[in-house]
Design a protein around this ligand. Structure first.
Ligand code: PLP
Length: 412
């Protein structure tokens, strides 16, 4: 595209934009179970309006916009309260999970340097199921990543003993997920805490996808094991608002047990021609709308609202689990929140994925082991039966039933 010489009318541009979305995944109908969290029209309208109210304001300037600074403080306080942050715990909003994880590693690295660990040749120790954002951040900072195999008991949990063996004097962080993305399983954070304490290593809990889900699931009676600052060895956490916090995209939180740990995060500099600046995260300019929309959604939903939505998601996951088991699938481990992965003993997940895609479902897959993967939203409560009917048809198609096999040779 070349920039038009004369701008076009907004009505025309708007219509063009809407038409362009016509070929996208049909998330509004609940046929997408990755990328989008559909909490319904009401929440979507609040996100829009609340984002718009502070869209021009900039979180980079807390003195100019005390409104935003206070909303961010409120969001962090709400997050810390849900996640058992002790007195003195603190944190910041970031643009997303990758940003939160990057900042947590940077903070752990600078903390380690300040406490006599080496500057170079450092490493972080993660379970194989941890998010690749850790590798991206480690790549940026030239830190070695040591991925450790999961337990072999079918739980898909991190293996604390094996991770402990991977730790050495140059380890600046151990990681557990609550839950991990590929299997939706919460790692044994208490056991990881014991290893981290014994090895004197920073423990980060990646609750990007579970941080604003698990506390409400627990209130609803789901037996969620301790996974947050309740575990005394947890130094830091990442928890995304733009996932199960149902906030507008561009919103996550990175949280620290104490100011002593947090102090290694902000960047503060005066040695240039411009005014001295201090920024907490990677970003310079920070979109005010992402902060105000998060504040608005949290305040309009409240604990009751989140409990209801997460209850609906858990119920939906249980219906899916029952349905796929009836079709002969095995569910991986014991998922408790909104993610679930399942595989069929006879048919390759990627072939089934292709069949489901052709039937209009845009979901995800897990690679180890090859499985179908769903990240469920409240909207999915309406489409469980349609999904299971199409899954049944897909199994039949892959098995060479009614329509004959249509599997790409690559998948078999
Ligand atoms: C989504 C996710 C991330 C990364 O978050 P982004 O907002 O996509 O950058 C990290 N960890 C887990 C477990 C996630 O589910």
């Amino acid at each position: 595209m070349k920039m038009p010489q004369h701008g076009r009318a907004w009505d025309e541009v708007r219509a063009d934009m809407i038409a362009r979305g016509g070929g996208d995944a049909a998330w509004r109908d609940g046929r997408t179970a990755v990328y989008v969290f559909n909490a319904g029209e009401d929440i979507s309208r609040i996100q829009h309006e609340a984002y718009g109210l502070y869209m021009a304001e900039n979180g980079l300037g807390p003195l100019a916009f005390p409104s935003l600074a206070q909303m961010e403080k409120d969001v962090i306080a709400m997050g810390l309260d849900l996640l058992h942050g002790p007195d003195g715990a603190t944190g910041t909003m970031t643009s997303g999970g990758t940003d939160s994880i990057t900042m947590a590693i940077k903070t752990a690295r600078d903390f380690a340097r300040a406490h006599g660990r080496p500057r170079d040749g450092t490493n972080i120790v993660l379970p194989q199921s941890a998010h690749l954002a850790f590798d991206k951040a480690a790549h940026l900072m030239d830190i070695e990543v040591r991925r450790v195999a999961l337990k072999t008991d079918g739980s898909y949990e991190a293996d604390p003993a094996a991770m402990g063996e991977a730790v050495d004097a140059a380890t600046i962080m151990m990681v557990g997920s609550a839950p991990n993305f590929p299997h939706g399983i919460i790692d044994p954070i208490e056991a990881l805490g014991e290893v981290a304490a014994r090895k004197n290593v920073w423990l980060h809990v990646d609750a990007c996808v579970g941080g604003y889900f698990a506390p409400f699931a627990r209130m609803n009676g789901v037996p969620v094991p301790p996974f947050d600052f309740e575990v005394p060895q947890v130094h830091s956490m990442s928890a995304d608002l733009h996932k199960y916090g149902y906030c507008a995209k561009g919103a996550s939180t990175v949280l620290f047990r104490s100011e002593d740990l947090y102090q290694y995060m902000p960047f503060d500099m005066a040695g240039w021609s411009g005014a001295p600046m201090k920024t907490p995260t990677l970003a310079g300019t920070r979109p005010g709308g992402a902060i105000s929309a998060a504040w608005a959604v949290m305040n309009t939903l409240g604990v009751d609202g989140y409990r209801e939505k997460q209850g609906l998601v858990c119920e939906t996951r249980q219906r899916i689990e029952e349905g796929v088991k009836r079709l002969g699938f095995d569910v991986l481990g014991n998922p408790m929140l909104g993610l679930v992965a399942f595989r069929h003993p006879d048919h390759h997940a990627f072939a089934l994925y292709g069949e489901m895609y052709r039937r209009g479902w845009f979901t995800s897959v897990t690679k180890e082991p090859p499985s179908l993967h769903l990240m469920l939203s409240p909207k999915h409560a309406e489409v469980v039966d349609a999904y299971l009917a199409d899954l049944e048809a897909s199994v039949a198609a892959v098995a060479g039933g009614v329509d004959g096999p249509k599997v790409d040779a690559r998948y078999s």
